[in-house]
Design a protein around this ligand. Structure first.
Ligand code: IDP
Length: 149
């Protein structure tokens, strides 16, 4: 397994519903290391760039308007297979189809407000960490790392 970094964001619905702590807790308990975090209002240009691959989709305008409507909590998480592990914890894109125990499965109801974003590949993670964190994260050791290796 390779140590990876991934970009994860609690969307405006998750922040408004007070789920940031619960969500961060789940990633931390899993063993992923928080190496970047910020609460921020998303500028229009950043939202459009982040979701550029969906530009032609019918929901693009609503998606950008949703993500810029209220603050998000953006994170960089690190660990073995961090990209796929974070996606597994999140659940499927549509919360109605997400298994209980996953973040979307436990807290979401509709695809329009699905609480959380996570990079879908190591390539996306690299692009998104550059876009949202200017490629910066905090390097540090945790005593617990020897018990997760
Ligand atoms: P992902 O967030 O699970 O990676 P993507 O297919 O990349 O899923 O879609 C990005 C986001 O666009 C989703 O999280 C969701 O908020 C929104 N989205 C995707 N499909 C639809 C749709 O059919 N209607 C409304 N919003 C959608």
């Amino acid at each position: 397994m390779a140590v990876e970094k991934t970009f994860v964001m609690v969307k405006p619905d998750g922040v408004q519903r007070g789920l940031v702590g619960e969500i961060v807790n789940r990633f931390e308990k899993k063993g992923l290391k928080l190496v970047g975090a910020k609460l921020m209002q998303v500028p229009q240009a950043l939202a459009e760039e982040h979701y550029a691959e969906h530009k032609e989709r019918p929901f693009f305008k609503d998606l950008v308007s949703f993500i810029t409507s209220s603050p998000v909590f953006a994170m960089v998480l690190e660990g073995d297979s961090a990209v796929s592990v974070a996606r597994t914890l999140m659940g499927k894109t549509n919360p109605a189809e997400s298994a209980p125990g996953t973040i979307r499965g436990d807290f979401g109801l509709t695809i329009g407000m699905n609480i959380i974003h996570g990079s879908d590949s190591t390539e996306s993670a690299a692009r998104e960490i550059k876009l949202w964190f200017n490629d910066e994260s905090v390097a540090y050791d945790r005593a617990v790392d020897v018990w997760l290796a």
